[in-house]
Each structure stands twice: as structure tokens, then as C-alpha cells.
Design a protein around this ligand. Sequence first.
Ligand SMILES: Cc1cc2nc3c(=O)[nH]c(=O)nc-3n(C[C@H](O)[C@H](O)[C@H](O)COP(=O)(O)OP(=O)(O)OC[C@H]3O[C@@H](n4cnc5c(N)ncnc54)[C@H](O)[C@@H]3O)c2cc1C
Length: 483
Amino acid sequence: MLQQAETHEEILNKLRKIVGNEWVSDFPEELLLYSYDMTEHPPSNPDFIVMPKSVEEIIEVVKLANEYKIPIVPFVTGNNIGGLTIPLKGGIVLDLKRMDRILHLNEDDMYIIIEPGVTFGHLKKFLKDTNFRYNYPNAPPFASVMANALLSGLNNLSLRYGCMSEVINGIEVVLPTGELVKIGTCMCWDKHWWGRGPQPDLLGLFINWQGMTGIVTKMALQVWPKKPFRDWKFILSNDLAKTYEIVRKLARSDIMNDILLMSVETIKMVLGIPYGQAVHLEGEPHWATTLDFSANTKKEYEAKWEFIKDTFKELKEVDPKAVLSSVQGAAKMYGQKFAEFTNLPFTIGSMLEYGGCTWVGTYMTTNIDTIVKGVKIAFDIIEKHGFEKCLYTRMMKGGHYFAFRFLLRFSKEEEEEVERMRKLNKELFENLYELGAFPYKTPAWAAEEIIKRCDPNWVNLMHKIKKTLDPNGIFNPGRWGVE
Ligand SMILES: Cc1cc2nc3c(=O)[nH]c(=O)nc-3n(C[C@H](O)[C@H](O)[C@H](O)COP(=O)(O)OP(=O)(O)OC[C@H]3O[C@@H](n4cnc5c(N)ncnc54)[C@H](O)[C@@H]3O)c2cc1C
């Protein structure tokens, strides 16, 4: 407990006055639920769970937290896979699920305005009968759209548009001192949320800060026109360097929505092969690539398909056993579950059902030699620690950068296994950082390692910004090396 019993009761009563009795809890069983996530990060209990319904309530809670100097950690569903909502210093977990309205769809400038609790499931349903599509991760449908954008998520149109923070048009945010600020064109006009320029772009003060500088209460995100023709193809191959070469060529061709290159172990895991058994068997192909593309006309579709087939021939010359098929064709072989890739969001149950799931997810260069070296180094480390080699990679923004990550399942029942996973992640970080790979959704321990290695003036600037915005240090303390 952070506070003496009397102070605790005092805060509890004041919180109840702000949001209503039933939306505050300090029951140990409920605190426990917010003290951990699916990762290997050690748990830490909050003191209160608070579920506000409005911006005004959030402002009042923030003022109260300043008065008592207690931490606040914004939370929607805790599915970030980086331990980012574990309240490292206790305090209030501010669960924003009740603020779940989609406030507007602007069809002229193609954006939506949402509240923090809007999930991918909500959004998919909302857009179903419109002419617009969104950019979905492989995350469960109940994860937060806004939190995914704030964390620079990588989604299934990220090859076209980049990571998700790049498609934010503007935000409304409660600062740690309780002021409400608008960023983007909405700072001038309530009804115009079409962009962030040409004024100084202050959005960076809130992106990837993991709730350390503000609680975002509204966000405008771009949506894109649905195309009448959309298709998915599937490649199985063995030559990693050549496969990445054609993946990069296709990425640069500007004709694709998305290209995912995974190890065959990842496909097995997604298909539901039990934990510990998603391994490569002799004679099987090693690499699986999904290709997603769309078109406005049949002619455009056919031209794109021709280009894909021609590019695949280059792979086939070097890797004669490589095969190219439709996703439906592959689904006949692997089962219908495989085709769910084409219908995001969906829950990859087999990733979550063993209690533990983690990753070192990074953004890095698209240089083929570096990527192939990275895969080799990482596979050796994963094998040494006895886990499944589930590689999951994507070219980003037309091939300007690369998402390089592993989806690692483990059992949380054995402390020894959890400890082994911690060691594995640390080793992955150390080796991949040397190759220029930067961990996204950066866990606290990785942020501390980066701070030891990076430009000290960057660290000083970050501390200055944090101190200016949050003089009492109450927003998600303990992250990015800031207490
Ligand atoms: C099986 C699985 C697969 C996944 N696949 C992908 C994938 O393919 N691509 C991808 O990008 N992600 C993926 N994810 C992660 C997930 O999509 C995002 O991290 C998620 O959308 C964040 O939503 P959340 O509800 O979990 O946020 P939370 O975990 O609750 O919050 C995330 C972070 O944002 C902060 N935060 C939350 N709300 C606010 C706010 N309003 N203002 C300021 N800070 C806030 C929190 O403090 C925390 O630091 C996957 C997750 C799982 C479980």
C-alpha cells in the first residue's frame, strides 16, 4: 500500500465522489487482475482501479492524484505484450473501457474520431456498412484502437501507410497537471480533424510515451476507401535471403497492401498446434509469406497478379521447391483457420492459452544481409533457451523500414520457465540492438538498457520534457528510466 490507511480511505471516498461508487475498486481480487499481464514482467499491485466515463471525470481524478502525489496508469485492456500497464509504483489504474464511443466518421477527409475504449471489434462493426476500411493488427478484437496507435502498432496496411502513429490526425489530451489540450487542426476548429500540419507538430510529446505525458481522450485516425477487388496469396520457401529479396521488391513496387514473412513455426502456432510442438519438421519448407493486395478494377487486379507471379519466378529460380498458392488453396491443406488471416481482427487463441506470451518486437533496417543475420542469431538464442522459433516480420511503409519480431509462448506456471524467458528476451535485445533493431512497445527494462547506450542529450531532453509536463511525476512512473 502506498498510503497510510486513513489517507487510503480518504482518496477512495474522493474517487467515489468523482466517478460513482461502483466505478472505483480497491478489492484485493480486482487489484490482482490489474497487477500482471501475459508477459514475463514481474507483477505489481495498484492501490485503486478507477473507471471514468467522461473527460471531466478524468480531469478531476488527475487533480486528485496531484494533490496526493499518487501515480496514474492509463489502461484499456492490457494486451500490449510489453508489461506496459503494470503499475510499477502502484497508485491508480485508470481503466478507460467505458469511454468507447466512435464520435464521427468524416467521409470527405477520411478519418474517424474515437474515444480510448473503442476496440478493433467495435470499429470493424462500425465500418462494415461504410465505404471505408481500417488497418488491423493480429491483436484480439477486444484490444484498444487508440492504444495501438499511441504505441506505433504495426497493422495490416502498414506496408502502405507505416506504423499506426503515422496515421493519427490529431488528439485531445489531459495533461498530468489537468489541462485539456488539442493537438492538430482540431486546435483551431472543433469540426476539422484532418491533419497535424503545418503548425508545429506536438503529437510526438504523447506518442510511445506509454501514458507518461498525457491521457488521450479523443483521437482522429485515418481510414481508407475499400477496394472492390482484394486477394491474398501465399508462398512457401526455403531460401531466406532470396525470399526477403522478392518481399522487398514487392514492397517497393507500391502495389501491395501487406506482406508478412513468418517462419513455418508461426503458421503452426496460429493454426492451434499446442505449446512446445510448433516446431519445424525435416523436409518441410521453412518460410511462409502472405501477400495481400487490392485493386479498383479487374484489369488492375490482373496486372498486379501478373507482377507478383513474375517476381515469384525469380525466387523459384534460386529456390526450386518454392510454391505460390492462393490463401484458399493453402486453407484446403491447413484447414479453414488459416484463411482467418484474411479477416482481421481475430484472436490467436493458441498464442494466449498457455498463460504466457511475449516478444521482442523491433523496428529496423530493410537491409537483407542484416535481416538474415538477425534471424540466424535470434533462432540460435531461442533454440538455446528451448522455445519455439515463431518469427513474424513485415516490410513497413513501402519498404522504408522493417518490423522484426518473435511471438513467444511460454507457461507461467513454472518460475524457472519465466526466468528463462526473461534471459532469452534480454539476450535477444542485446544482440538485435547491436544490429540496429529498436524495441517498440518498449518494456521498462529494455528502455533502461537503451538509455545506457543512446545519445545522452536525448535522455536529458526527455527528462526535461517529462519534468515540465508532469512536475509531480505521477503519470506512469518507472518507464523510460524516469521515476
Ligand atoms: C495475441 C496478440 C497479438 C497482437 N498482435 C499485434 C500486431 O499484430 N500488431 C500490433 O501493433 N500490436 C499487436 N498486439 C498488441 C496490441 O494490438 C496493442 O498493443 C493494443 O492494441 C493496445 O491496446 P490495449 O487495449 O492492449 O492497450 P493497453 O495495454 O491497455 O495500453 C497500452 C499502452 O498505452 C497506454 N494508454 C492506454 N490508453 C491510453 C490513453 N488513452 N492515453 C495515453 N496512454 C494510454 C497504456 O498506459 C500503455 O502504456 C497484439 C496483442 C496480442 C495479445
